[in-house]
Design a protein around this ligand. Structure first.
Ligand SMILES: [Zn+2]
Ligand SMILES: [Zn+2]
Length: 108
């Protein structure tokens, strides 16, 4: 009796499914990084190169702990510049949310 062994959800297996198989080695950014990618029709489509692999990032703004548990269909494959841009944009969004709720508290 051989039960099928589920693939590990972290690391190389997940990366292969998302970045190599689904994305085909191309960046899936559609402006999430803050760059509208207008000259490429709104999608980055930069291809990964040896030594510059795609990064996986959650498609929604979740915490890093939550991100580590997400399945492949909730992850995007991003080239290094888009990945950096996305992290920067999201950090700013989170700080803004914190500031806004602090401002609301001060008002009332
Ligand atoms: Zn990109
Ligand atoms: Zn991008």
């Amino acid at each position: 009796m051989n039960d099928p062994v589920p693939a590990p959800l972290a690391g190389a297996a997940l990366w292969t499914v998302v970045a190599a198989e689904r994305a085909g080695g191309r960046c899936e950014c559609r402006g999430e990084c803050g760059n509208p990618h207008r000259k490429d029709g709104g999608t980055c489509r930069r291809e990964q190169r040896p030594g510059r692999p795609l990064h996986l990032a959650p498609s929604t703004n979740v915490s890093d702990t939550k991100a580590a548990t997400l399945p492949g269909d909730q992850l995007m494959a991003l080239c290094p510049p888009c990945h950096d841009g996305l992290l920067r944009t999201r950090r700013r969004d989170r700080e803004q949310t914190i500031r806004q709720s602090a401002g609301t508290d001060a008002l009332f």
